[in-house]
Design a protein around this ligand. Structure first.
Ligand code: X90
Length: 280
């Protein structure tokens, strides 16, 4: 394999069609820890079973980022590598990938490795990975691909709709005060991945129609012009399909993929959570 696109498993895509066998797509899993159970976020994960165990478990739960070795093994599979990680502001995955890059280049200085901090996660990472596959197939040289991908990343966004911020707060990814707001019945929090790669809350909405109106407003405000949208959900296909219909009607969107969220995103977005990656 000449080119490998390597993502950590917070990226919801489990498969990526590439135009040739020279371009690969690999995952490096994060893990979700529930007492003595460790759920590896790969294609064998049963998300629904994991969610049940999380909600019935009374003790501490958490997550762990991939080790440098896990990234290293995927980097060794190709000559040119683009790695895309979940935001380095909230996870050690980016650091692990950078360490792996150093380890590989020490032994194999001829390999080319570029690590991208997505400053985001889930469906925005999926958009970036898809773009990477497209660029890799375009015949541009490695550095051309990297710089175009960095430009593309600046044009994508991640919106989220969450019913609970409990797991985020318990693991120190948002403040407890912020999390309290979302604990109130029927309140959904709409937020966005900030340019620093942290969670930025935009508003609290009561009821689905207000929430959906807010989402449309926020997407329009960011200059949406009919680009790709990837919508992922944590065990909430009904809401995801309803939103898809709304995106077609209210935004004139025509290129929308709906898929289940990765295990890692499900843990933090919690049951019912929705994540929307879009091109502006
Ligand atoms: O290293 C680890 O253990 C992983 C830690 C990940 C922490 C945050 C994950 C957030 C997942 C929640 C809504 C979208 C947030 C966007 C943030 C930039 C999904």
């Amino acid at each position: 394999m000449k080119f490998n696109i390597v993502v950590d498993s917070s990226c919801d895509l489990r498969k990526l069609e590439t135009s040739s066998e020279d371009i690969g797509f690999s995952h490096v899993p994060l893990s979700i820890i529930v007492g003595n159970d460790i759920f590896v976020d790969d294609e064998n994960l049963d998300t629904s079973d994991m969610i049940d165990k999380i909600y019935s478990y009374k003790g501490k739960t958490g997550t762990a980022c991939p080790s440098p070795e896990a990234w290293y093994n995927k980097f060794m599979m190709a000559d040119e590598i683009i790695a895309i990680t979940i935001t380095g502001s909230l996870s050690g995955s980016y650091n692990s990938a950078c360490l792996a890059k150093t380890m590989v280049l020490e032994k194999h200085p001829d390999k080319k490795i570029h690590v991208i901090d997505s400053l985001s996660t889930g469906p925005e990472m999926s958009l970036i990975a898809k773009k990477a596959a497209e660029l890799a197939a375009s015949g541009k040289d490695f550095y051309g691909v990297c710089s175009e991908l960095e430009e593309y990343r600046k044009s994508t966004h991640l919106l989220f709709v969450l019913k609970s911020l409990e797991n985020l707060a318990k693991n120190g990814r948002v403040s407890k005060a912020v999390a309290k707001v979302a604990g109130i019945l029927n309140i959904q929090v709409v937020g966005i991945a900030s340019s620093e790669g942290t969670l930025k809350l935009l508003s609290q909405c009561r009821g689905a129609s207000k929430t959906y109106a807010k989402i449309i407003e926020e997407i329009k405000q960011r200059g949406y012009k009919g680009g790709k949208i990837i919508l992922t959900h944590c065990l909430n296909e009904k809401a995801a399909e309803a939103l898809k219909t709304l995106f077609i009607e209210a935004l004139g969107a025509s290129n929308i993929d709906v898929m289940p969220s990765s295990g890692l995103c499900c843990y933090y977005a919690e049951k019912g959570g929705l994540l929307i990656g879009f091109e502006a």
